[in-house]
Design a protein around this ligand. Sequence first.
Ligand SMILES: Nc1nc2c(ncn2[C@@H]2O[C@H](COP(=O)(O)OP(=O)(O)O)[C@@H](O)[C@H]2O)c(=O)[nH]1
Ligand SMILES: [Mg+2]
Ligand SMILES: [Zn+2]
Length: 331
Amino acid sequence: MDTSTARVVARYRGKYRVKTDKKEYWAEISGKMMHDAVSAADYPAVGDRVNISTLDDDLAIINGIEPRKTLIQRKAAGKDEPQIIAANIDVAFIVQAVDRDYNLNRIERYLALALSGRIKPAIVLNKADLISEEKLNQKISEVKDRFKDTDVIVVSTLDDNKFKDLADKIAGQKTYCLLGSSGVGKSSIINKLLGKNVLETKEISFSTSKGKHTTAHRELFVLENGSSIIDNPGMREVGLVESGEGIGVVFSKITGLAKECRFPDCSHLHEPGCAVLAAVEAGELDRDKYENYLKLKKESDFYSMTRLDKRRKDRSFGKMVNTGIKYKKKR
Ligand SMILES: Nc1nc2c(ncn2[C@@H]2O[C@H](COP(=O)(O)OP(=O)(O)O)[C@@H](O)[C@H]2O)c(=O)[nH]1
Ligand SMILES: [Mg+2]
Ligand SMILES: [Zn+2]
């Protein structure tokens, strides 16, 4: 049995595809890993580097996960536990289509998601072919205005000249992921980077203006220059998990202003002496940005609170069970 390191390139229900320098294998986690796992984070995610033992030509066992450099996670509908999107990502491309999907608040949400995982974000505006030069320039300046420190890359997958800027950004050995609603062109972008149609793309239905996703699983592709890129199909909901940190970075202007508020626990909603509200009133802080800040902050605080609450309840339930056992033993 040979052991080596591999990268997780796809994850299915309980099964993984892993890739070494030489080849790919189907893999499962070892009995020990399965036994020791207590949360979703203990299972391999796409992008993870793992230690494997190969069983034969195409089967392997995953024995452990190497420490993750970065981790991107979200809250999925109806679930308490964060869902892991991918590991060891260097750059997250936040993709929006300039024609219909375009929404500054949503970009901001994805930015918080990426930054809370300590991943460098870049904004990709796709389908530049669909709107006039004038409208496009207006959107570009809106985005640049709202997100001053983030790269904005404008592309069209239908036009080589309008795709170069993104292709040039992809450096060897780094790992990228695409985030964005379905139908914005994530799979088309990967096909274009691969130079062949590996991923199926779907027409957008006019009634819902949403593309039906076809790639059911998350997958990592290795490009010619050695870099890797991950497609994220079907990301309908991107609830924030404890990403106070990401929010702090995206809204650094607001967190800076908050230090000047009269009350240290100011909610920036109605308090006297609130520096944030004052800046909104004075037109120094964009009102949309302020409102989106309140929304995302509330969501992440609520998430942290319910998690904490749940842990407390679990603990007291644990105690109750333990006392019960002790009592029984005594008798
Ligand atoms: N006009 C135009 N259509 C595009 C562009 N990129 C992708 N599309 C189309 O948008 C639809 C959804 O693309 P797809 O890659 O499946 O989106 P995904 O759901 O984000 O993976 C498909 O019909 C694509 O052909 C583009 O740059 N311009
Ligand atoms: Mg797709
Ligand atoms: Zn305040």
